[in-house]
Design a protein around this ligand. Structure first.
Ligand SMILES: [Zn+2]
Ligand SMILES: [Zn+2]
Length: 273
């Protein structure tokens, strides 16, 4: 078997993508996918930054839904399309995010940390003013705090996302080094029937890189009793859809997974790996 569902992707409805929705669908068909889920960004209270427009990640849900339903009908006999969202968590907006999700009628909700203390790891100033180890600790603390407050989600997005942007050559991050905090997050997810987004974005840049989570974290999730994983490219352009999925299949199998999941109206559906 192979992975035939990509459950993390963005189009022009997200502030950091220009991709036309139909181009994403056509690329998914070209790559042999049977199912996709759009997961557009909704990041309330994202800080102003010089190279971003004002309110860069506020989703226009009506326009997103309208375009989605239009193409869902056109492509109904060729691909199963699902309506998802990626929520940017911050503790002070947990209630607003929950309300937003309830209003949307989504098939699938990813909860992600894109900011720690209102700073974005993408920019170098995030990594200044403390040791890198402490910054990772702060991020994992914040992840746990946020998923305890905001529960309207199905999978936790790219759990070790900030490692993507660590200063070049830095080797601080490993599962072992942060095992205490990572285990706490994984156990919370498992006990609350939440899953993990197994995210291949970096493999789309360089196939020798590791996914998020890294294999050691995925393996630990399985050991602790974790069951639900969704596989997503986090594509922001059509050519990145399903990037690295063969390698993702190998890693998930090697970690002991026999299934991956899709979601229909927030209900998990298992597929053989
Ligand atoms: Zn994300
Ligand atoms: Zn994303």
């Amino acid at each position: 078997m192979s992975i035939t569902a990509d459950y993390h992707m963005h189009t022009h409805h997200s502030g950091d993508s220009d991709a036309p929705m139909e181009d994403m669908i056509k690329s998914a068909l070209d790559k042999g996918l049977e199912q996709i889920c759009f997961t557009e960004h909704q990041d309330l209270d994202f800080p102003d930054w010089y190279d971003l427009p004002e309110f860069p990640f506020i989703l226009d849900v009506d326009s997103y839904r309208e375009e989605f339903l239009h193409y869902k009908e056109i492509y109904a006999d060729r691909i199963d399309m699902n309506f998802g969202v990626e929520i940017g968590m911050q503790t002070h907006i947990a209630d607003a995010n929950a309300e937003f999700v309830k209003r949307g009628g989504y098939d699938f909700v990813i909860a992600s940390i894109h900011l720690v203390d209102k700073k974005d790891p993408f920019y170098p100033d995030f990594w200044e003013g403390d040791t890198i180890e402490n910054i990772y600790r702060k991020c994992f603390n914040s992840t746990l705090e946020n998923i305890r407050l905001f529960t309207e989600f199905d999978v936790l997005g790219h759990i070790d996302y900030i490692s993507r942007y660590a200063p070049e050559g830095d080797t601080t991050y490993s599962y072992r080094r942060f095992a205490d905090q990572i285990d706490e997050i994984l156990l919370y997810l498992i006990r609350n029937d939440k899953g993990l987004d197994f995210n291949s974005k970096l493999l789309g840049n360089d196939i020798s890189l590791l996914p998020n989570p890294v294999p050691d974290v995925l393996k630990r999730y399985k050991e602790l009793g974790g069951r639900i994983i969704t596989v997503g490219s986090d594509a922001h352009t059509p050519e990145k859809i399903a990037c690295g999925f063969e390698k993702m299949h190998e890693i998930a199998s090697a970690c002991g997974f026999k299934e991956y999941y899709t979601f229909d109206k927030r209900t998990p559906v298992a597929h053989a790996l």
